[in-house]
Design a protein around this ligand. Structure first.
Ligand SMILES: Cc1cc2nc3c(=O)[nH]c(=O)nc-3n(C[C@H](O)[C@H](O)[C@H](O)COP(=O)(O)OP(=O)(O)OC[C@H]3O[C@@H](n4cnc5c(N)ncnc54)[C@H](O)[C@@H]3O)c2cc1C
Length: 430
């Protein structure tokens, strides 16, 4: 038997170091910088690189990657335990070199990039000298990529790209974008798209505007609306084969989704910790909030939701390590993705409620956490789409019956049992 719910002591030492480092060194940086991805901000450039150097020294840099790419090859379970800590902080993922969307984009480049693309983009990305963006969603809808219309057409040794993309996060900071475009309009629905590297400075790449999300400063939006007008990229900037866009996208989306979930565990834990501190500090009608049974129900429900979700995330991480095949764990990842927004929403809402007026104010992070839960239900695919994927995976292991009644119909089962035990029943006169 190998069901284990313990962390080995050596790795626990690393987790303790990470916990202390994030609390004392990284979380304070969150309080003074605008955006950890903005390499043009001198304050960010002063504060973040020294922290990244300490993470490298400790041997904890880019833990989502294997050793060939400068990572540790820890696998997803260890990464999950680390990300639970990093999820508390805006800057921590970038300080540890495992932040989205670069983590997924580096996996795509590692798998499908030519030597030249690896040298030009992957290596500086892994050294965190640059950041990148992922440009897939279109203004007319992101849930159904088979409806995308952005075109890439071959012209001699180049591809010419025309179209618009929506919510390409951090394109305003990026040195290159990874873009999905239609190259095979006549092909079957899932073979029409191909993936490209587009250098951000290429003529014709225009950021129409950087869209902000509610709760953040609208003047500093980071989800770019990008227009591509006759953008020319060399032929070797195609990643994978023509029409392989869906296959290439899976390389990044499977990992990206579970990494978000791992960090969300950290955020939910933080909300629960804050809730507990508050109810043990605030009194009303002569007793602590913690003594009220309705409040106790909120604490208990939050803990149960968190632990259920955490176990699902860890089990999925374990299955990714075991099978090393994202296709095989598709349903598990969709389950995690579909569960994530509700857990964060519910626990953050209770934490907000228990902080009263302070809870809704700008002086506490709960309103942002509640909104973040909606981001979680959209980024990397809407919840409904993941519920559909999960249901389809589950149904593959079941089949219907031709009978009028279910195979579990009690009269039928009783009759079968009576047949089976007919001798005994007759002997005993039952
Ligand atoms: C914070 C954030 C960051 C993001 N970053 C990126 C990024 O870096 N790059 C990128 O390319 N995209 C990014 N996105 C976009 C994201 O991938 C899309 O929001 C998502 O795919 C949904 O597409 P949409 O917003 O166009 O919604 P639509 O496709 O218009 O869907 C709207 C709603 O319709 C419902 N719906 C959709 N399909 C179904 C269905 N089959 N059954 C039932 N109901 C359904 C769902 O409720 C869904 O929310 C980001 C989004 C957010 C919120």
């Amino acid at each position: 038997m190998t069901w284990e719910f313990e962390t080995d002591p050596e790795f626990q030492t690393e987790l303790d170091w990470i916990d202390d480092f994030v609390r004392t060194e990284v979380e304070p940086v969150d309080m003074v910088i605008e955006h950890a991805w903005d390499m043009s901000d001198p304050l960010r450039q002063r504060l973040i690189p020294p922290l990244q150097a300490r993470v490298r020294e400790r041997g904890l840099w880019a833990c989502h990657l294997g050793p060939a790419l400068g990572g540790q090859g820890f696998g997803q379970v260890k990464l999950a335990l680390m990300n639970e800590i990093l999820g508390r902080s805006h800057s921590a993922p970038i300080v540890f070199g495992c932040h989205a969307p670069d983590s997924g984009n580096s996996e795509i480049l590692a798998h499908y990039g030519s030597d030249l693309l690896k040298k030009t983009y992957l290596e500086p990305l892994l050294r965190q000298e640059i950041v990148s963006a992922y440009s897939m969603t279109e203004p007319r809808g992101g849930s159904d990529p088979t409806g995308f219309v952005t075109r890439a057409e071959r012209d001699g040794d180049e591809w010419v790209i025309n179209g618009e993309k929506w919510f390409s996060s951090h394109a305003n900071f990026a040195s290159f974008l990874i873009l999905l475009a239609v190259t095979e309009p006549e092909a079957e629905r899932h073979r029409r798209l191909s993936m490209f590297v587009v250098p951000a400075g290429t003529p014709g790449v225009e950021i129409v505007r950087n869209v902000g999300v509610y709760g953040h400063d609208p003047a500093h939006g980071t989800h770019s609306y990008v227009r591509y007008t006759n953008v020319r990229v060399p032929a070797d900037h195609l990643l994978g084969g023509r029409g392989d866009g869906f296959i290439v996208a899976q390389t990044r989306l499977g990992g990206g989704r579970i990494h978000h979930a791992m960090r969300t565990v950290g955020l939910v834990k933080q909300a629960l910790d804050m809730m507990c501190e508050r109810v043990l500090s605030r009194s009303t009608q002569g007793e602590l909030l913690a003594r009220k049974q309705l409040v106790q129900a909120m604490i208990a429900d939050s803990w149960i939701q968190l632990e259920q979700f955490r176990l699902l995330v860890l089990r999925t991480a374990w299955r990714i390590d075991k099978y090393n095949d994202y296709q095989r764990v598709r349903g598990d990842i969709s389950a995690v993705k579909a569960a994530m927004p509700k857990v964060l929403h519910d626990v953050a809402s209770r934490a907000l409620q228990l902080h009263g007026s302070l809870g809704v104010s700008h002086e506490m992070p709960f309103a942002s956490m509640v909104l973040e839960s909606f981001h979680m239900g959209l980024a990397d695919g809407a919840t409904e789409v993941h519920q559909i994927t999960l249901a389809r995976e589950i149904l593959k292991n079941h089949r219907g019956t031709d009978g009028v009644f279910p195979t579990t119909h009690l009269p039928l089962r009783r009759a079968e049992a009576r047949d089976r035990f007919a001798d005994v029943l007759a002997e005993l006169g039952s």
